[in-house]
Write a protein that binds this ligand. Structure first.
Ligand code: NDP
Length: 310
């Protein structure tokens, strides 16, 4: 059996790798299990232009490769594998990998991220990265001066529509009901913006295009008629799901499953367990904020271990 791991990190997005860099440099000999989507959500975007340090922008998968290499340079042990079960009731914590192997960890950093929810249409998959996106802050810039659609009626959709309205000629907000779910403040902002048009009671049918998107077919639920809007971009904003299922009933979380951390820290309700990145953040959800909390988690893990030795 493998010896106790001092610092086990689950997830390999900006939070996981940044935690690994800091933990490795602090000699915590971190082990990282990469999870279901090695490199995290940035591996499904094209160019990342808002991460400081890359003046010309960088391709998402390439950036995550650099994160990985940087953590390996300091000795982080990066492994394939998905955590399928955890027991956080006693220390060392027990984490089952791929349903077969159990590892023991003195500290655990959860950086399992969140996954954007998708509509599930074939055309959505086909044009992912070529007109279809789930992140306006990441990809909005590419649609400067063009027409786009945002699908959803919650705070995320309204926020994305607002953001895009400053860059794009016209933004259609496609919502399946005749009332928005978003907070009143967000609703007001959207409804007051001249170049946002809300298409109430419309549902997506098909995204169309050649190499990239050039149209979006919707159904108006009021009369069941099909409508085609000419857009170059379609942003899906129907919510995110934090990847926290395996921690249910052990860690405190909000009703959507985001792990609760003590304000200003990455500490969870269990001593020695830290959460960083999108799995605990339903507000900012940026690579740079995820990296920041990854750094915090590693520093907190180091201090926690030091306090145990005193
Ligand atoms: P929500 O779950 O609040 O909203 C999802 C929206 O997508 C709903 O309007 C829903 O429609 C629609 N939707 C869901 N599935 C489909 C589908 N298959 N087809 C069409 N439409 C669909 O998610 P959000 O990401 O907007 O927000 C999540 C949480 O994060 C909320 O608590 C929100 O307040 C918070 N948040 C806060 C922000 C802030 O404070 N700045 C910014 C962003 C999010 P319907 O309404 O009919 O169910």
């Amino acid at each position: 059996m493998e010896d106790k791991i001092k610092c086990l990190i689950l997830g390999s997005g900006p939070a996981g790798y940044t935690a690994a860099i800091y933990a490795a440099r602090a000699d915590l000999k971190p082990v990282v299990y990469q999870g279901l989507q090695p490199g995290g959500q940035l591996t499904i975007t094209t160019d990342v232009e808002n991460y400081p340090g890359f003046a010309e922008g960088i391709n998402g998968p390439e950036m995550m490769e650099i994160f990985k290499k940087q953590s390996e340079r300091f000795g982080a042990d990066i492994r394939w594998g998905i955590a399928t079960k955890v027991n956080l009731q006693k220390r060392p914590f027990e984490v089952t990998i791929d349903n077969e192997k159990t590892v023991h960890a003195e500290t655990l950093i959860i950086a399992t991220g969140a996954s954007a929810k998708w509509l599930g249409m074939e055309s959505e998959k086909k044009f992912n990265g070529f007109g279809v996106s789930a992140c306006a802050t990441c990809d909005g810039f590419f649609y400067k001066g063009q027409d786009v659609a945002v699908v959803g009626g919650g705070d995320t959709a309204c926020e994305e529509a607002s953001y895009l309205s400053k860059l794009c000629k016209k933004v259609y907000l496609v919502h399946r009901r005749d009332e928005l779910r978003a907070s009143k403040a967000m609703q007001n902002r959207v409804l007051k913006t001249k170049n946002i048009e809300v298409l109430w009671s419309h549902v997506p049918k098909e995204i169309i295009g050649d190499k990239a998107v050039n149209g979006f077919i919707l159904e108006n639920l009021k009369d069941n008629k099909e409508v085609k809007i000419d857009v170059q971009g379609v942003f899906i904003a129907i919510g995110h799901k934090p990847n926290s299922d395996i921690f249910k009933n052990q860690l405190e979380m909000d009703k959507s499953g985001y792990i609760t951390t003590k304000p200003g820290t990455t500490r969870t309700n269990i001593d020695g367990v830290f959460a960083a990145g999108d799995v605990q953040d339903n507000v900012y959800r940026q690579a740079v904020t995820a990296a920041g909390t990854g750094c915090m988690a590693a520093i907190e893990a180091e201090r926690f271990l030091a306090s145990q030795e005193e």
